[in-house]
Design a protein around this ligand. Sequence first.
Ligand code: MG
Length: 369
Amino acid sequence: MAAATVSATFAASAAVYGDCPDAKHAWAVHDWNRPKPHRVSVSPSGVPSDAIVLFDGTKESFSKNWRYQRKNADPWRIADGAMTVLPAKKGSGVMTRREFGDCQLHIEFRHPASLAKDSGYAQNRGNSGVFFMGSENGYEVQVLESYGTCEENKGKPGYIDNYTDGQCGAVYAENPPLANPLKKPGEWQVYDMVFHQPVWEGDRLVHPGSLTVFLNGVLVQDHWEMEGQTTHRKRRPLKPHPKAGPLALQYHGSEVSFRNIWIRPLESRWANKTHSAMSADERSVSLLRRETAARLYSKIANPDACDAETVKALAEVVAYANEGIYKEKFLAAVRKFNSSNRRKSDRVSVRETLDILVRCGVVPADIVK
Ligand code: MG
């Protein structure tokens, strides 16, 4: 919510504005000192400037970024801007030469239009899959021609039955898609995914990892927390594995084309120990608060002054670290400020700052004159 009750002028210049840093928060609410996000521009074709392009439609891009999982494999077809896995004697999946951990992935896929007339076994209809962390220890989001597999189509012409945790958009063998937004075979489909791997401390699972998946812009996996590694028929509990692995595209004996593949490696969502109460480590929070206090204090031209701007600047410092020289200079400045005649606007703005410190328990109430 915007600060409707506080003037824009005050908001823009306030040293202390929202609730103060505390043991679990390195930053105040609405903290102007908090680091800003890095700039990302997006190309006309939708590729973010900080993404790694894994396939741009060219043979060079394919050979630079991908290799076959099987030796002497029959090659995929690279043509018309797509890389296509085909039924083959020596069929093979492909995997990236680089390894990734947590990431955002964009990938488009297409099944042959001829599948619309094929009523074969559902798991053989354009089966492939996107594997994070490799296909051995990884996590598969299913690629399958499942256009006709939806509850309201049951018993009608074109209905394709299947086990639900194996249709397109499923975290295979674990969680069905929340909806079926597939287009008909022959049309390009778009996957956008966010993958976070499980976090372990030794053999203790701290966070199970998650998959969020959009299929053609529709949410089909809503932060699904993995129960295990990808499996078939049997449940396979999570277990520790290396923190990076290749992205793999499955060979399952079906024809499937892929294009426009890019990936953005992400830091673990648990890596930032000062971000918020969810992952906050009190020691890390305390260190960052002290660093910030030192940085802000060093910018104060004269900490012995007692004008309104200096009082507010020192108030900001003690909001991060109310100790030692910071506390001493702040209290002295407030005493001097309170004991001298000041413009009304200065008294109001200092009072607003001190009120926030009092409300947050940084300083006692009697500091407010
Ligand atoms: Mg598959």
